[in-house]
Design a protein around this ligand. Structure first.
Ligand code: CA
Ligand code: CA
Length: 223
């Protein structure tokens, strides 16, 4: 229910932006907005995939990312390796607390992108408790232009339903976006001590991505 509310707000925002461009004929406005945001639903069949986006994943122990490491679940996609002993869904991108590293999901864009919105699922606050301390899931992202890191950050759950709309803007257009999971964190953001909980850790599915391609002038300036 919550994710539909997010989508309604997003569409409402687009309509409001469209109304502000009062000088543009309505048919042209519609075309512009369709081009501005490319939308991809990442359910089991990924039927709306387009040619401008490639999705790769790297499981723990893999030497390199590959398309065959992408896991498909009815509620989204992730790296398909088993990341913890129980009870995680292996199609999630997850942190493995035993091997102390994370799987990675990678979006490679054909053209430089300036902004993305990702809808995450199965991503919870207060997922674990140890010795009276509550722990939340957490993830991280890194954006690259070629081999150059142009942005990075953390993201945390903010809804009881386990969904999160993650907005990513880097300081320059990027052609690769990597997302990974981290160890559990406390309310103040301190990572759990290694070895304290070995049966589960942070993990999430990505069910939708929308992205905006940078215009050519911006993309050229960033090279
Ligand atoms: Ca996995
Ligand atoms: Ca999770």
């Amino acid at each position: 229910m919550r994710k539909h509310a997010f989508r309604f707000i997003f569409l409402t925002a687009l309509c409001a932006a469209s109304a502000a461009v009062a000088q543009t004929p309505s048919s042209e406005r519609t075309d512009n907005h369709r081009q501005a945001w490319l939308q991809v639903n990442l359910n089991g069949d990924m039927s709306t995939m387009n040619g401008g986006l490639q999705i790769l994943a790297q499981n723990i122990g893999d030497d390199a990312p590959s398309a065959s490491a992408v896991g498909r679940h009815r509620d989204g996609i992730g790296a398909n390796g088993a990341q913890a002993s129980a009870p995680a869904i292996k199609e999630e991108t997850g942190f493995d607390p035993v091997r102390n590293r994370s799987e990675v999901i990678i979006f490679a864009f054909e053209r430089g992108v300036i902004q993305t919105q990702l809808d995450l699922a199965y991503f919870y606050r207060n997922e674990a408790e140890f010795d009276g301390t509550a722990y939340h899931e957490r993830g991280g992202w890194r954006a690259y232009r070629g081999n150059n890191l142009v942005g990075q950050g953390w993201f945390s759950p903010n809804s009881p339903e386990g969904v999160l709309r993650l907005e990513i803007v880097a300081y320059a257009p990027f052609d690769r976006l990597e997302l990974f999971a981290t160890p559990y964190v406390t309310e103040s953001g301190v990572e759990i001590e290694p070895g304290l909980i070995l049966t589960d850790s942070s993990d999430f599915l990505i069910e939708h991505i929308a992205y905006r391609v940078a215009n050519e002038a911006l993309a050229a300036a960033a090279r």
